[in-house]
Design a protein around this ligand. Structure first.
Ligand SMILES: NC(=O)c1ccc[n+]([C@@H]2O[C@H](COP(=O)([O-])OP(=O)(O)OC[C@H]3O[C@@H](n4cnc5c(N)ncnc54)[C@H](OP(=O)(O)O)[C@@H]3O)[C@@H](O)[C@H]2O)c1
Length: 220
């Protein structure tokens, strides 16, 4: 467990060709068995984190089903505070801790509207994007020790490229989606050379019928 930031598990379901959504942003790739596995992980973490575009595409609930002993915080990485006021997590912010990480560039009016709805705003940096290292430190200070990172591909790259991920867990759905505009597991600029890749060690695998779940540790 790192001392200065939470332990971060990246989890996603992808097609065999690495897509986490179709080009029209349909993303329900997990089987029922895999969904139970994801909810089991959710029940063991202190926070579930997504990027703004996942918020806008999916309006995710980011809550625990099947295992009801835990209510992790919902965390959205959203530089300009664009999370909709009528999204599920904002509408339920008074009952479950909901954190939105923004930058100093976020319009004050939006910030105030979200705060009024019960959202806790974390200002993380003054650049064009949320400073992820600052966010991680802030979360740790709030007592959040384990975070489940649930994408999408752009935020996954931001977190992986800044060495803020400890474990990667992917369910490979027996499908090929194709599409150069379909989001992949990891987007962003990517590595220039093979030797710049993020290296992983296989921790284990499970098979649910034709679906395969792979667990890796990220090597520093
Ligand atoms: N199959 C799965 O398991 C799964 C899981 C999750 C998502 N998805 C799918 O993935 C797609 C969305 O993925 P996406 O890659 O387009 O977007 P994303 O990663 O969900 O969100 C990216 C956005 O986060 C904000 N952000 C703020 N600071 C950032 C930083 N430091 N680094 C990275 N992002 C930062 C940026 O918006 P601002 O500049 O406005 O802040 C950025 O555009 C959707 O189709 C969703 O359904 C699939």
């Amino acid at each position: 467990m790192p001392l200065e930031r939470p332990y971060v598990i990246l989890n996603a379901a992808m097609s065999l060709d690495g897509k986490i959504a179709t080009r029209t942003n349909e993303s329900r790739l997990s089987s029922q068995r895999d969904l139970r596995r994801v909810h089991m992980i959710r029940s063991q973490v202190d926070g579930i984190m997504v990027g703004l575009r996942t918020m806008l595409c999916d309006d995710p609930k980011l809550r625990v089903k099947y295992f009801h002993d835990n209510h992790p915080a919902r965390i959205v990485v959203d530089s300009k505070a664009r999370t909709p006021l009528d999204s599920y997590i904002v509408k339920t912010a008074s009952s479950t801790l909901t954190l939105i990480a923004v930058t100093t560039k976020a319009p004050q009016r939006r910030v105030k509207q979200l705060q009024k709805a019960g959202v806790k705003i974390l200002v993380c940096g003054n650049g064009p994007l949320v400073s992820l290292p600052v966010l991680m430190r802030r979360l740790r200070k709030l007592g959040i020790q384990r975070v489940l990172l649930e994408g999408g591909g752009t935020l996954n790259w931001g977190m992986l490229s800044q060495k803020l991920v400890d474990q990667v867990s992917v369910a490979i759905s027996p499908r090929i989606l194709g599409g150069e505009h379909a989001v992949t597991l990891v987007e962003g600029d990517g590595a220039l050379r093979i030797e710049d890749a993020i290296h992983l060690r296989l921790l284990g695998m499970k098979r649910y019928g034709d679906e395969l779940v792979l667990n890796y540790r990220v090597l520093s």
